[in-house]
Design a protein around this ligand. Sequence first.
Ligand code: C2E
Ligand code: MG
Ligand code: MG
Ligand code: MG
Length: 275
Amino acid sequence: QAKKAGRNTLRFFDPAMQEKLSVRASLESELRYAIEKHQLALYYQVQVDDNHRLIGAEALIRWIHPERGIVSPVDFIPIAEESSLILDVGHWVIDTACLQLAEWAKSAEKKHLMIAVNVSAHQFRALDFVQSVHQAIDLHKIDASRLKLELTESVILEDVDEVIAKMHALKALGVRLSLDDFGTGYSSLSYLKKLPLDQVKIDQSFVRDLAYDPNDAIMVKTIIDLANNFRINVIAEGVETELELEILKDYGCRLYQGYLFGKPVPIEKLQFSAI
Ligand code: C2E
Ligand code: MG
Ligand code: MG
Ligand code: MG
């Protein structure tokens, strides 16, 4: 059947498609060595409160590729996720973020700042995930409450009771939990009350047209009300304009992240003063 489809579609011979497949294949083999070759980097994007004061940053991975330049996580995280490579990458991310928190802990002005890291579903599901987070916290002797793990709804699609138990184990370590891309998956509402979450993150797709699309405005308002009623804090991502910020404030959202405040940058370029 596959053979037949291959013969009957131009796609099979499409040079652009072939090129994509070969780029993918080489990325996959090169990714294996990216960690040991020190080609991975964390960029940081500020998160601010309603006084535009820094509360922390989200760590966003980049692959500094010797020939391809900066490769976006959108182009290699899905490849990593198809194999156990995501476990090594995920481990590197948490370790590097904890190392950065240990640095900040030495500074009176920075020790209150939090770092949020993205955790893939595959990584969360690993049997030793809680233990590996625990080890990173111990190794770098950081205050666990400065570390925030961003989970997506894809994590919750699996065995819910098991996921909740794991989340409680993470909470017991002292780390914070945020639900990323909130509103884009299924069943968000029914799970929200069951999960030990500290934060939900409004997906940028709702923020993008917030000022123009009444449906998105309703989504955003509903998420904020819901989070406030459940006493879970809420952060908006993808805030790009003053108008979006104004609406979010008006709706009762107090935490923001987006190009309006800063793009993801290497650590040495992160701006610590109020924005
Ligand atoms: P995400 O966690 O939802 O991160 C937000 C994405 O939106 C980031 O893209 C960020 O650069 C971008 N962004 C932030 N503010 C704005 C804005 O105002 N406007 C627009 N248009 N975009 C904005 P990025 O860095 O390319 O990351 C994409 C996704 O890759 C992330 O989405 C996350 O799912 C994944 N990712 C990034 N780093 C990691 C990581 O260390 N581990 C894992 N498992 N996934 C990661
Ligand atoms: Mg995120
Ligand atoms: Mg997101
Ligand atoms: Mg916009």
